[in-house]
Write a protein that binds this ligand. Sequence first.
Ligand SMILES: C[S@@+](CC[C@H](N)C(=O)[O-])C[C@H]1O[C@@H](n2cnc3c(N)ncnc32)[C@H](O)[C@@H]1O
Length: 230
Amino acid sequence: MALRSAGSGKVSRGPVHHPLFARFYARMSVNAETRMGMGGIRDRLLSGLSGRVIEIGAGNGLNFTHYPSAVSEVVAIEPERLLRRLAVESALRAEVPVDVVPGTAEALPVKSEAFDAVVLSLVLCSVRDVPRALGEVRRVLRPGGAVRFFEHGRGGGRAMLLTQRALDRTVWPLVSGGCHVSRDPVAALREAGFELGPCRRVMMPENGPVLPSSYCVLGTAWRPTEERPV
Ligand SMILES: C[S@@+](CC[C@H](N)C(=O)[O-])C[C@H]1O[C@@H](n2cnc3c(N)ncnc32)[C@H](O)[C@@H]1O
């Protein structure tokens, strides 16, 4: 259950404030649904989910219409004000109940072990503190619960990795709302104590130019049923 709900009263400037990027993403992401096949990726990301789900960094809410009807509730965390407003509109079009809530991955405003699944889509690249965010994912997920992820990260050969690292130290986070291209989401999940399930490498766009942000991974991880120290 969310401890705060969106849309009530005045919202102050939040910890994630990227108004220009938010405007750009709101347009680009809608085009990518069809032109880059993101709609199909979202279907695969969310297929088979059921019960209570928390989606972290929900953006403008493009996942919402892809949730299967077995999902009883989605709590969608989004820190950026413009994207959150668009997510509230998307929630109205969803077939499952979606509650859009302000907050960050590093301090999720929800109770522990309250969710059957966590959805991460194109967000670990942007959070400020990946280990802390994944610690929160682990806290809010019930033992045995699933993390469904679609994330981009490091990939390609040595030249591409050097390029990705150079971009991360310079312009990329500045122009892309804090995004990084050289992170390794699968390794980060493993280091955070999750059990890795099936993972598939995906290039995005699939048939277009290869960009530093093209190297994606679509997969599932689980919170172990028996706790081990991380
Ligand atoms: C590239 S967008 C992806 C949006 C959406 N998940 C999707 O699949 O289209 C990255 C999102 O992460 C959000 N974000 C950035 N920093 C965050 C943080 N610390 N905690 C949670 N979300 C964050 C951004 O506001 C933005 O909505």
